[in-house]
Ligand binder design. Sequence first.
Ligand SMILES: [Zn+2]
Length: 359
Amino acid sequence: MKKLLSLISLAAAAVLFAVTVFTACSGGGETPSSAASPSDETASVTSSETTSAQSEASSEASSEAMSDPSSEPSSEASSETESKPESKPESKPESKPASSEAGSSDPTPSSEPAPTGDYASVAGYVAENDARYNAYGKKHKDLSDERVVAIVNFGYDGEFYTNVLPSPNKQTKYVLVNKFYYLDRDYVPDDLVALPSAYKHASNVSLQREAYDAFIILCDAAKKAGYTILGQSGYRSYETQEKLYNKYLKNEGGNVAAVDSYSARPGHSEHQTGLAIDVVGETGSMGKYGKSKSYKWAVENVWKYGFIIHYTTANEYITGYETEEWHFRFVGKEAAAEIHSRGITVDEYLAEQINKLSS
Ligand SMILES: [Zn+2]
């Protein structure tokens, strides 16, 4: 009898251990306020928050999720409670991507011309911005004169979330959303499509049609190369982002600056465009994606499929977000190749398109 009892208690301990380990690996339910910050936007859009445009697809998606093993133990819980990466990556990822795969069609990223501070000779120079060019150039000594002039002309030298403007290039793959440009509450991208279960790690992940097609091709290419890329969170409505942001704000005890460093304010989330997707790799975790083999592959390859890893440590001065290795923004192959080869930010490229598209 004694033996039986000790066997039972041994079994109980084993179960407890297994549960503890499992909980820790899946993002857990514990979200201490200091470590909770699930990056900008982890939540998958719940079926109640879907739009009419995607309602048909979403009902299919929710039923799929019921039997989708990838969404266990609870896709909602795992995406809601994803923790930020424990440590910052030591190296700055792909801001100036090293050219890879010698002999491939990879355009060699041009190295940034050395700054001279002679802004007046740069195309686009505006005399009244001269003091701002000088101030910005002093703060960002690694930027060429051309980029300093362009960045200041776009207004990116200003404070985040002040003097915000309506997003330009709406309903195109060049729609610009950041801490300077916003989408209205009622903006919903045309033609949202829900990802099939084999391409996602949450119950409902939708993308705008062109981004969807490109994402499928990207996932298939990654798989062929031996890596995993799955969608965790795609399109999010203004209301969903509002709820998320407020939830984080509550977790952070009202510390706006802290939340702003990893979550977009409603109307300012790239996820509202239907062109951005948070991914997981073989670890099944967004927070751990930056350390995964899949991420290494992604840094060198996603641009070939029309995506850019938008929020990097090196880009934080323009984006205002801490690094998010898992956040891919679709811009199309042509734009992605140019952003990659010029070593500029998505924000600069898309701002350049404003005049081109409207002229
Ligand atoms: Zn994201």
